[in-house]
Design a protein around this ligand. Structure first.
Ligand code: ADP
Length: 152
C-alpha cells in the first residue's frame, strides 16, 4: 500500500522550517500532501491564494507532492484523500506537549498514526508568528522564508 502523509497547518506563512519537514517527509513517504487549513472563524495574515502560490513556488519540480486546502478535521481530510499518516514537525517540548494529545486522539478516531520529524537545528527557532511580526515592523524575512517575494 502506498504511504501518503498529510502535512497539515496554517502556514501563515510557510517557512524554511516547514519546508525542511516536507523535504524530510518526501524521503520517507511515497507522497506528501501539504494541507493548508481553512478555518472561517480564524483571521490569517496572508490570504489563502497567496499562501498556496507561495508554497507552490518553493517546490517547482517536486514529484510526489500535492498542495491542498481543507476545512474541518484533519482525519476527515486524510480519509477523503487516502492519507495513511499525518506528518508534523517538532521544535521543542512545547510543540510536543501540544501535539501529543492530538496525535493520540486522531489515532483513536481514525487509526491514523502521526509521524513527528525534527528539523535541521538551524531552522528550529523559525516561527510563523515571529515572521509575521518582523514583516509588520518592516523587517526582512528572507532568512526564514524561501521565495518571500511571492508573499509581499
Ligand atoms: P498550526 O497552525 O497547525 O500550528 P503551523 O503552520 O504553525 O500549523 O505548523 C505546521 C507544522 O509545522 C506543525 O507541526 C509545527 O510544529 C511545524 N513547524 C512549524 N515551524 C517549524 C520549524 N521551524 N521547524 C519544524 N517544524 C515546524
Amino acid at each position: 500500500m502506498k504511504k501518503i502523509a498529510c502535512f497539515p497547518g496554517s502556514f501563515d506563512p510557510f517557512t524554511k522550517g516547514h519546508e525542511d519537514i516536507v523535504r524530510r517527509g518526501l524521503e520517507l513517504f511515497d507522497e506528501v500532501i501539504i494541507a493548508v487549513g481553512v478555518n472561517t472563524s480564524k483571521q490569517y495574515y496572508f490570504p489563502l491564494e497567496k499562501r498556496l502560490q507561495h508554497i507552490q513556488s518553493c517546490f517547482p519540480d517536486t514529484a510526489n507532492l500535492r498542495i491542498a486546502t481543507f476545512e474541518g478535521l484533519t482525519v476527515e481530510f486524510c480519509k477523503n484523500n487516502g492519507c495513511t499518516h499525518i506528518l508534523r514537525g517538532l521544535r521543542d517540548t512545547k510543540d510536543f506537549n501540544y501535539e501529543q494529545p492530538i496525535a493520540l486522539m486522531n489515532r483513536t478516531m481514525a487509526g491514523i498514526e502521526t509521524v513527528f520529524l525534527l528539523p535541521d537545528p538551524n531552522l528550529m527557532a523559525i516561527n510563523s508568528t515571529i515572521v509575521r511580526e518582523i514583516l509588520k515592523s518592516g523587517g526582512k524575512i528572507d532568512a526564514f522564508v524561501t521565495n518571500s517575494n511571492e508573499l509581499v
